[in-house]
Design a protein around this ligand. Sequence first.
Ligand code: R5P
Length: 293
Amino acid sequence: MADMDEIKEAKLFYTDRPQETEGFFIKGSNSLDWGIKNRLARIFNPQSGRTVMLAIDHGYFQGPTTGLERVDINILPLLPFADTLMLTRGILRSVIPPSTSNSIVLRVSGGASILKELSNEDIAVDIEESIRLNACAMAVQVFIGGEYEKQSIINMTRMVDIGNRYGIPTLAVTAVGKDMARDAQYFRLACRICAELGAHYIKTYYIEKNFETVTASCPVPIVMAGGKKIPEPEALTMAYNAVQQGAYGVDIGRNIFQSEAPVAMIQAIRAVVHENETPARAFDLYNTLKREK
Ligand code: R5P
């Protein structure tokens, strides 16, 4: 206990300086509670307002994906360059060191495999696990137009309700079925439905035409999904266009860990996302880092 004899009359009241109340930097998040904002601020960098999420959760429905066969060998070297890791509790507990400073987005939907109908998912992780694992957000797949559309939407709304109770945000991941049109009209629909039903931020695909209408009509942040592996200059251009057209960052998997030089690629992506580096200069950076290795 502090020594009572030492207590002096307090003087530093700064009566001429009103207390400042800062606005929160993440789109659509100002009315959220402190815990949710704090977790979002560990995903989105408060300086740039954006995030580089590294998605390595593919195994939850497709097993050991190319590049993820050995997460300990292939992925751990990438962690210093990612703001956030998106993964399953299985890989988190078994491979990722608890000393990591990356924020964690935990995959909480699941139950389908590539051998069956992918939209047939349920909630596969209890909220207690997200709390125990110190997750900064929970990721749920939403299949708008899919066979189990309603079930996947309700999975998401359940996590939003439970997450709000404990201060953990929900990331809605818009999944596109094989036969669905990947156009602005579809993504506006999918992202807006997720936001209206309470998702705190949304992962969706980049499209060449009118992507800015998808970000503009979504009242919470959108992060760009990576998709299948494409050549590095194209992936950097896609990430650049997405953030310049209103995305708050990226959530990329294969275009990083399947790159010829994953450590160089994630740094080039960072430059595009956090420093507005052009795709050409980011590709130069990629080549330089690749050579240095
Ligand atoms: C999306 O459906 C899952 O979260 C994927 O496992 C992951 O996000 C895909 O990342 P990418 O398409 O960039 O490899």
